[in-house]
Design a protein around this ligand. Structure first.
Ligand SMILES: *Cc1c(COP(=O)(O)O)cnc(C)c1O
Length: 388
């Protein structure tokens, strides 16, 4: 039986997959099982931040595999301590909880926010405001948080205590910030929702109104974090630092890792026995994460991300089929005039370029380490398709 048939016979068909069997990768290119090569403008899905099988990252991971692959969180490991210290240092947060995915990082953020409020104000102050068009994950709680009706089917009952506000609508925000609210949760750039950058005025209003009432701000930086937007955290573009920030996707270069970072005010909220994860802070994932932070935190790295972003935007801006370009850094949404983004993605794949989509847009999340030659080669394919 071929791979696709075997796969479909035994793996639940919960994804609409492209008929491509990925076999290996090196640098910013990957190969399918027939040996066809692709330039990957999606970094997997924002995960392979250093590209495929980066040498230093692979060395760090392999060394850890041969040293200690896992231990219970009832003990300490040096590699988790090193990663936590480095991550808190670079992000400016007090402490971190490690888990394995973006949804889990958001679950942790939700628990921290609710317990912070419960400890200080007692019951009833549990509502979390999230934005229309947001995406926070696939667990029942994070689906409940997600502000898109398409996700609110089949799995009833959803979790109570989430209220949606329209992004950039300050009046709507004011109206819903009642005495039951403990936190506002936002993505500075909505990823799955269509690469929509929040307005500065709205972000200012969120922080101001929340500060007045000791309401926490949670930034879901699962997609935007760890250098993706040209800053270590996207909040830096807005001059803001959330009480809680969640990270995943690119944080460990393609290994399962999620992190929930908290400031001083929230660092004592989770006490022994209130939260946990068997694999959270896994030594191999932490070793991969350290390799990513070494690179992303290096001199000039983030400036390069910004320059590459400008190059992509200026090249795509010359293309007549492009209606508009949104996003920050190497997180780019391309709205098309007449072409369908999914058709474009399929055609690109047929010609050796992988791109993502988000709602009606083509979405680009290239590896942060992509070279100009690879960018040029990939953009040539994409622009050719758009101009046909
Ligand atoms: C991908 C994503 C998630 C979910 O992450 P998983 O690792 O799939 O659980 C949550 N929030 C945002 C903003 C994301 O982009």
């Amino acid at each position: 039986m071929n791979t696709i048939d075997k796969f479909n016979s035994h793996v639940m068909q919960s994804y609409g997959r492209y008929p491509l069997v990925m076999e290996k990768g090196s640098g910013r290119r990957c190969k399918d099982e027939n040996g066809t090569e692709y330039i990957d403008f999606g970094s997997g899905i924002g995960t392979n931040s250093l590209g495929y099988c980066d040498e230093k990252w692979a060395d760090a991971v392999c060394t850890q595999v041969r040293t200690l692959q896992h231990s219970s969180n009832y003990y300490y490991t040096k590699v988790q301590a090193d990663f936590a210290e480095k991550l808190c240092g670079i992000s400016g947060y007090k402490s971190v909880f490690f888990c394995n995915s973006g949804a889990e990082a958001n679950e942790c953020a939700i628990k921290v926010a609710r317990k912070y409020s419960f400890d200080k104000y007692g019951k009833g102050r549990h509502t979390i405001i999230t934005l229309v068009n947001s995406f926070h994950g696939r667990t029942i709680a994070t689906l409940s948080a997600t502000g898109q009706d398409v996700f609110h089917n089949y799995f009833f009952p959803f979790v109570e205590g989430f209220v949606n506000v329209t992004a950039n609508d300050i009046a709507d925000l004011k109206a819903k910030l009642d005495d039951t609210v403990c936190a506002v949760m936002l993505e500075y750039v909505q990823g799955e929702g269509g690469v929509n950058v929040l307005g500065q005025e709205f972000v200012d209003a969120v922080y101001e109104l929340c500060a007045q009432k000791d309401i926490l701000v949670i930034a879901d930086e699962v997609q935007t974090g760890v250098g993706r937007t040209g800053k270590f955290l996207a909040g830096e573009h807005f001059g803001k630092k959330a009480d809680i920030t969640t990270l995943a996707k690119g944080i460990a270069g393609g290994l399962p890792m999620g992190a929930c970072l908290v400031n001083e005010k929230c660092s004592g909220v989770l006490t022994a026995g209130t939260h946990g994860s068997t694999f959270g802070g896994n030594p191999i994932a932490c070793a991969g994460g350290l390799a990513v932070l070494d690179r992303v935190g290096g001199d000039g790295f983030l400036e390069e991300v910004t320059k590459k972003s400008e190059f992509i935007k200026s090249e795509l801006g010359k293309c007549g089929e492009v209606e508009s370009i949104t996003g920050l850094g190497l997180m780019i949404g391309v709205k098309l005039k007449s072409k369908d983004a999914h058709d474009v993605a399929q055609k690109a794949l047929d010609r050796g370029l992988l791109v993502l989509t988000a709602k009606e847009k083509v979405r680009l999340l290239p590896p942060l380490t992509i070279s100009y030659d690879e960018l040029k080669d990939g953009l040539k394919i994409l622009i050719e398709i758009l101009e046909e």
